[in-house]
Structures are given as C-alpha cells and as structure tokens.
Ligand binder design. Structure first.
Ligand SMILES: [Zn+2]
Length: 322
C-alpha cells in the first residue's frame, strides 16, 4: 500500500503527470541459468501483479495521447517488449491477459519465422557447445575457460560487449566463426512466428516497429537507417492490416545508438511516438519520439517498487528535442 501511495504522490494526474514505461525482452518458461536476472513466467506474474496494483497500466498509444494533452491519470504506466521473442506470446501474453494488463510488442521483422538475432547466436553457441575453451585472442579476449556455468556467462558477456558496436559485416563474420567453432545446431524457434503476431493483435495487444534487422542506427548509413525504419513499419502494417504508429530504437541509447537525425526519420515516417532505453519517466514537455524506458531488476517486491519510485524522480525533459 505504501508503494502505491508514494507512486500517487510522485506520479499525479494531469499537468504534473508522469508516464513510467517498462521494458522487457524475454520471459522464459523456467529460470535461465545463464541469465538469472531475466524473468521466467512465475517472476513475470509477480511483477505484473505488483505493477497492476501500483499503477494505471495503459496502452502505450493511449498513454502518449494523454501525455500530449496533459491528461495522464495518476500513476500512469505502460509495458513494452522488444525484439519479438516467441516466449512473449507463449509465456507473457497469458499472464498479461490474466491480469487485464495491456502491452506493446516491438518487433524486428526480419527475425520472424525462424530467424535469430546475432546476440542469441553467440549466447546459444556458448550455452550448448561441448568445447571447453574459447580462443578469443583475435578479439582481444584471451583464452576463456568454459568449464562452469559462470565461465560461460562471463564468456557470453565478454563476446557480446566486444562485438556489439562492430560494423555489421564484421560482427556477422565473428558470429559465423563462433557458430562454426561451437559445432552445435542452434535453435531457430526463439523468435515469433507470423501467426503469433496475429495472436497478439487478436488479443488487443499493440505491435510496434523495431526496424528490420535491428542495426544500431548510428552505425548505419542514413539511407539504410531510413529503409530499416520505413520497411519495418510497412511490413508490419501489411501483416496486421492496421496502422503501426509506435517505434523502438534498437539498443536505444540516445546519442550512442541513435541521434537527432534518426528521431527526425521516425517522425517523418509517421510514427506518433518512439521509445528509447534512457532511464527515467516522461512528463509534459518530454519528446514523444524519445520516451525513456526502465525496468527494475530486483527480485523482491519492496526493492522492485523502490527502484520504480527512484526512477519517477528522473523526468525526461532533459532529453527533449535531442
Ligand atoms: Zn531490441
């Protein structure tokens, strides 16, 4: 009750309204030993239960409309998922429906129906390989042991960190090498199938664009970036037979992963709002095409709530028009 009362004070209705947007990626069937901080169904169920008691969870487009007209309800929040993982439909959707909570799913279209994101290729290769050492000297990582789960977790983190900002072709070459070295078949059912996209639409969830191939826009040419933004919108609209008006920047850090010219491209493409991964909350004056998002990682209810309250102290007016 105290968290709800404090949220009411920090996130009032109307002029002083604040919009907290939460971001999720995967919701596993069971805890993932490689990523113990990622939620599984049980933990996600608890989190959505807390959120639905503390906040007025709105569809993101409705929340943005209220933000623009200074008519947000008290304790306004929206929930979002990035990338288009199949477990969002298999595991998260039933929980959301049970709690009557809406959400927006940002989908990178080229991975639908059997695709795999580059980071998942690295993760799954290191998870399943029978190799006991990874020679990462070519990437300045030294020789990494893979005997224990902790070793594998560290190796995944090191490889992802050193390759995230490589040029796309160079990064793909690295992923291909890791995949060949691992010598195991990698899963091709991590991402949504076309019909699951329709399941989300039919369940009255929102679907937003997240580019075609999830490039870091700042690393793409302007022509590529514009094509990625527009094509993902067109593809989703054709599949869903409805307008797609929301966008999420891949990776999403302002000035690192995207910049002002990409914000202009997104606005010109006709998106009514876009979300970043800057922390904080939106208020009147926040740029609707750079709304911040945040998710507490804490397991316990009190700490999870406390971190949401702290996040409410940081409004996004400082990124306005960036
Ligand atoms: Zn993403």
């Amino acid at each position: 009750m105290i968290i709800r009362s404090l949220t009411q004070v920090l996130s009032p209705a109307g002029d002083g309204g604040k919009l907290s947007i939460l971001i999720f990626h995967r919701v596993h069937s069971h805890p993932d030993p490689l990523f113990p901080d990622e939620p599984d169904i049980r933990r996600f169920d608890a989190v959505i239960g807390w959120l639905s008691r503390w906040f007025n969870v709105l569809p993101l487009d409705v929340a943005v409309m209220h933000l623009r007209s200074a008519t947000l309800p008290a304790r306004a929040a929206a929930i979002s998922f990035d990338d288009g993982y199949a477990d969002n439909v298999d595991n998260a959707l039933p929980v959301l429906l049970r709690h009557h909570v809406p959400a927006t799913f940002f989908v990178a279209t080229s991975f639908l129906d059997g695709g795999r994101m580059w980071n998942d290729s690295v993760i799954e290769a290191l998870r399943y390989t029978e190799q006991r050492l990874f020679d990462g000297r070519a990437w300045g990582l030294g020789v990494l042991p893979l005997e224990t789960l902790e070793h594998r977790r560290c190796a995944v983190q090191s490889l992802l960190a050193c390759s995230k900002y490589l040029e796309p072709a160079q990064r793909q070459a690295m992923v291909d090498q890791v995949q060949d070295w691992a010598g195991v078949a990698l899963p091709n059912d991590l991402m949504m199938r076309s019909e699951q996209l329709l399941d989300l639409r039919n369940a009255h969830m929102q679907i937003g664009a997240h580019t075609v191939s999830h490039p870091i826009l700042e690393r793409a040419t302007d022509a590529q970036a514009r094509w990625e933004i527009l094509s993902s919108k067109d593809d989703l609209q054709a599949r869903l037979d409805q307008p797609v008006t929301l966008f999420a920047y891949p990776n999403g850090k302002p000035d690192t992963d995207y910049s002002a010219r990409h914000v202009a491209m997104v606005r010109e493409a006709g998106f009514v709002a876009a979300v970043s991964t800057a922390t904080g909350v939106s208020a009147i004056g926040s740029d609707p095409h750079q709304l911040p998002r945040f998710t507490p990682w804490d397991r316990g209810r009190a700490r999870f709530g406390a971190r949401l309250l702290i996040n409410l102290r940081h409004t996004a007016c400082d990124v306005t028009q960036r």
